[in-house]
Design a protein around this ligand. Sequence first.
Ligand SMILES: CC(C)(COP(=O)(O)OP(=O)(O)OC[C@H]1O[C@@H](n2cnc3c(N)ncnc32)[C@H](O)[C@@H]1OP(=O)(O)O)[C@@H](O)C(=O)NCCC(=O)NCCS
Length: 217
Amino acid sequence: MGNVIVSGDRLCLRPLDREDATALATHVTTETDTVMVRGRVPVSPLAFERWIVSLDATSPPPGISVAVCLLDEAEPGRLIGVATLRNIDWVNRTAETGIGIYPATRRGQGYGAEAKHLLLSYAFDRLHLHAIHATVWEPNTRSARAILRQGYRPAGRTRWTDPRDGTYRDTLFFDLLRPEWEAAHREWRARRSAAPTVTDAGMTAPASGPSRTGEPA
Ligand SMILES: CC(C)(COP(=O)(O)OP(=O)(O)OC[C@H]1O[C@@H](n2cnc3c(N)ncnc32)[C@H](O)[C@@H]1OP(=O)(O)O)[C@@H](O)C(=O)NCCC(=O)NCCS
C-alpha cells in the first residue's frame, strides 16, 4: 500500500482519496450505532468527495483528515475509519482530534485505540504539536472512556449543547499534553503485549514484541 503516513501493528494511516467517498457515505448512511447520529443533514458520495477535495485547498491546511486502513493480510488496505486533526493552530502548535471506526461491528476490538495512538504520534512527533484537545457529546460514554484511556484529562463542559430524546445534553472537553500521551501510550503498549493472541491453530500465544514499523515504543 502506497502513501502511508504512519503505520502500526494492525493499522496504517494514509491520505484520503476521491475513491474513498463512496465507502464513507455508505458507512454513514448505514450507521447502526445511534449515539453519534443526528440525521439532520443528508450525506452522499458527492458531499464526501467535495469534502475530501477541500482538504487540500489551502497550505498549511486548517485540518488534516486521514484514512484508517487495515494492514491485515486478508483485507489489506481496507478503509475502516477516519482520523482527524482539526483547527490546527500552526503558530501555537495545538489541534483538536476526532476519530470514527466503521462499520460499528469493527468497534470494541482495539482499532480505535491503535488508530488514535497513530494519529497522536503523527501529531506530536511529525507535526511537533504540543497540546491536543477533544470534545465528546455527553451521551457518547464509550468515546469519553476511550479518550481518558489515551491520556486526555477532563477540561470542562459546555451545558445544553445538543438535545437528545427531548433533553438537552452537554459537550465534554478534554485536553492532552505530550508527556501525558507518552505515559498513556506506554501503558497501552504494555497492556497489549501482555494480552494473549490467538494463533491459527486456535492456541493462545504471547503477543509479539515491538511493532514491525516505525511506531514509537
Ligand atoms: C469511539 C471509537 C473511536 C473507539 O474505538 P473502538 O475501536 O470502538 O475502541 P477500542 O476497542 O480501541 O477501545 C478503546 C477504549 O474505548 C473504551 N470502550 C470500547 N468499547 C467500549 C464500550 N462498549 N463501552 C464503554 N467503553 C468502551 C474502553 O475504554 C477501551 O479501552 P480499554 O479496552 O483499554 O478499556 C469507536 O467506538 C467509534 O468509532 N465510535 C463511533 C464514532 C465516535 O463516537 N467517535 C468519537 C466522537 S467524539
